[in-house]
Ligand binder design. Sequence first.
Ligand code: PMP
Length: 361
Amino acid sequence: MDIKQQVRKLSPYKPGKTSDEVKREFGLTEIIKLASNENPFGCSEKVTEGIRSGEFNFALYPDGAGSILRNALVDHYGLQPEQFILGNGSDEVIQIISRALLEPGKNTVMPTPSFPQYKHNAVVEGAEVREIPLVNGAHDLDAMAEAVDSQTAVVWVCSPNNPTGVLVESAKLKAFLDKIPEKVLVVLDEAYHEYVTDEDYYNGIQLTAEYPNLIVTRTFSKAYGLAGFRVGYGISNPSIIQALEPVREPFNTSTLAQFAAAKALSDQDFIEKCKLENTRGLRQFEDFCRESGLSYYPSQGNFILIDFKRDADELFNILLQNGLIVRSGNALGFPTSLRITVGSEEQNSKIISVLTETINS
Ligand code: PMP
């Protein structure tokens, strides 16, 4: 069959072991999963209560325009409805952008290591991928700008960057945006936006007003605790959104997902609480690193990449046997590091105590 040449070389996404699989394999009763940067506190009660008492007609297709959620976003941000594109996770927004702009003969510039879906989608579309190595866990924005040429269609900026957690510096981001030609779309992936506490944090939404070639992507999968519902969105100026819309599947966000995301948005107290807990949790891991002489990147996300200077898979397996699921850095471009999602205080203490025991044994 004529499967695209480049697709034949790709492997399907390999999901990690589920909690149930780990329980069965190691005969455990309790599992702590800190592998996918999900919210350890779940989601707002407004979501669960709203769904319990809501009335839905599941026989009907969802509202293709996602009006309930779109209006909630309009209220939340004080922007126009035409400035949002909704996706089945921000994963799908990334896919929509790639489908709309990338093709053979075009190229796309991205940091590496970073979120793998930028490259994956670009390869599927047959575009040339220009990967610019991180420097100390941060984007090398000068080198990225230099890699842009007349055939560049999309540049990806991931801030905070997954898997390092490093935030792009405000002044550097503006200087970078000034250098990128207007015909090149810059994607600013802010999946971890709600967790950022750095005082130097730029306002991505405001930047979309200053730079008409900028789109910001955000998600309900992280701080909002709705990863299972799959809702993300892009914010840009209406002409870019209009250009992307034909690529979007007509009913790409489900009735329940739209409803849940709108409810989640209405509970900013929950987000504030999670942000505070996350900052405390990051401190727990940073203290542990300092006490154990381990290096780590200063994270502004809800995860931390710690270098244990030993085989990451081996350490990953030891944690797994103890019912702790994290992400081995091996597949992320950091073969001696683990990426650990910040959990509740108790979960963090548990993992820190197993790690301390392991590295001292
Ligand atoms: N961007 C980044 C940087 C991410 O880490 C993730 C999820 N791991 C996503 C996008 C996609 O998230 P979702 O599709 O759940 O919105």
